[in-house]
Design a protein around this ligand. Structure first.
Ligand code: GLU
Length: 467
């Protein structure tokens, strides 16, 4: 059997962590078994489907490297095919036209609820002898009324539904558009899907889909329903929760490698191993070790993984990602040091590209102003001469060498009777606007003579004018 999986998002918003996980599992499963992975956009809900969401879904998948072998297929481009199958089902008696008005159905529903019964369509039109011309109708699937639907879920084990609990599903709305459950079945059938890996919210749809497949004498795919992901507080993610949106992670400077590694571990394990590359996952992934309980999201762990990848992937690669990130942040990287040198010096300090871009900005642009707490502590009269001396020495440099900068700082410490630490802190504030930076001589070296002198001058001017 040639494995074929699919990712079938409804384009009603950006991709969230949960859908990325099902996409990743489906993709990996296909890759592991040299099968095919297809992308299908389930856009028959015209009111909620948006083309912007389609773009965002494609962008998210591409960013993570989850390439598809077929598609994207759009359900709205397959309407004729669905119609054709519905016609056949009407002829073979597996489906029927239902003329009940929405009001009549609603009244029946309310009555059942008030009687403490589970609301379901009672099948008024199921066995109509004559059809009503010129009357609006929906098409319903004639679900078996006895027996059970049993399937072996790859994650959750055997699942059983009694047919009597499933009412006759509407497969075509009164506007002629087929419904989600029906389209999924026809697509999975036409596209020869062997494994349906999707969210657990679809478990209840599965017996209905299996019944439709059976009525069409089709093979039943293998199902694997993945548990949900809870937020940091152990609650369901809310739809508007931005922490769930995959594009946010891209914007916040996470690496695709870290996101993939993080998501795969939300529910799947291979011993105690934490770090997985995509190529390794393609060899190891299976559905057998997926956890059936819900997983809780942890930003701390994702940050940890991101830092790991920043430090362990090649400098070339990280600098390429960072270059793009900084350009998107409107930082002109031509106006400062080589990014690779900066990365070499700093990379083990940061968790995200965003943090890096934010800190590296000062190597390319002047910073606006000094923080009041640094002004009061460092930009004071007793430091004026130190700054002036350093300025004058650097001004006379005809070479630009780290050793020379270290000597200047060292000599100034002796001359001014201040500790090296004091001088270093002062220079950090003056040159970077902050008190934390790596070795200050290296920072000055990367900042370059021109920017260093300009910032020293700015600080001297500031102290002079403060007095
Ligand atoms: N379109 C459905 C969703 O976005 C998925 C359907 C399926 O995987 O069968 O939830």
């Amino acid at each position: 059997m040639k494995v074929k999986t699919r990712f079938a998002p409804s384009p009603t918003g950006d991709l969230h962590i949960g859908s990325i996980r099902t996409a990743l599992y489906s993709w990996l499963f296909a890759r592991r078994y040299n099968g095919k992975f297809i992308l299908r956009i389930e856009d028959t809900d015209f009111e909620r489907s948006k083309s912007l969401s389609v773009q965002s879904i494609l962008k998210g998948l591409k960013w993570l490297g989850l390439n598809w072998d077929e598609g994207p297929y759009f359900q709205t481009q397959r309407l004729d095919r669905y119609k054709e199958v519905i016609e056949t089902m009407l002829k073979t008696g597996h489906a029927y036209k239902c003329y009940c008005s929405p009001e009549a159905i609603e009244a029946e529903r309310s009555k059942q609820i008030s009687e403490g019964k589970k609301p379901r369509y009672t099948g008024v039109c199921r066995n109509l002898k004559t059809q009503c011309a010129n009357k609006k109708y929906t098409v319903r699937f004639k679900n078996p009324t006895f027996g059970k639907v049993i399937f072996q879920d790859k994650i959750r084990g055997q699942i059983t539904f009694n047919n009597i609990e499933l009412d006759d599903l509407i497969i075509q709305r009164s506007n002629g558009i087929p419904t989600y459950n029906f389209c999924v079945v026809i697509d999975d059938l036409d596209m020869n899907i062997t494994h349906v890996i999707r969210g657990e919210d679809h478990i209840n749809n599965t017996p209905r889909q299996i019944n439709i497949l059976k009525s069409l004498k089709a093979n039943i795919p293998i199902y694997a329903h993945v548990s949900m992901i809870l937020n940091e507080n152990g609650k369901k993610f809310s739809k508007r929760d931005n922490a769930e949106n995959i594009i946010e992670y891209y914007k916040r400077g996470f690496l695709p490698e870290a996101v993939i590694n993080y998501i795969i571990r939300l529910g799947w394990s291979h011993g105690n191993q934490e770090i997985f590359s995509l190529s390794e996952l393609k060899k190891l992934f299976n559905l057998d070790t997926i956890n059936k309980s819900a997983s809780a999201f942890s930003i701390k762990k994702l940050l940890w993984l991101n830092k790991y990848y920043i430090n362990n992937l090649s400098l070339e690669y990280i600098s390429k990602l960072l270059t793009n990130y900084m350009i998107n942040q409107n930082i002109n990287i031509k106006k400062g040091p080589d990014l690779k040198s900066l990365l070499n010096l700093y990379k083990n300090r940061f968790h995200t590209l965003q943090d890096m871009a934010c800190s590296f900005r000062l190597f390319y642009e002047e910073f606006e102003s000094f923080d009041i707490k640094f002004i009061n502590k460092y930009l004071i009269l007793t430091n004026l001469n130190v700054l002036k001396n350093i300025y004058n020495q650097i001004k006379n440099f005809s070479f630009w060498k780290i050793e020379m900068l270290s000597d200047v700082i060292h000599n100034e410490s002796i001359k001014s009777n201040k500790t090296l630490k004091e001088i270093n802190m002062l220079l950090r504030v003056v040159l970077t606007g902050n008190v934390c930076s790596p070795n200050i001589s290296s920072v000055i070296f990367l900042l370059g003579k021109e920017k260093t002198l300009l910032r020293l001058k700015k600080a001297i001017f500031f102290i002079n004018n403060k007095i």
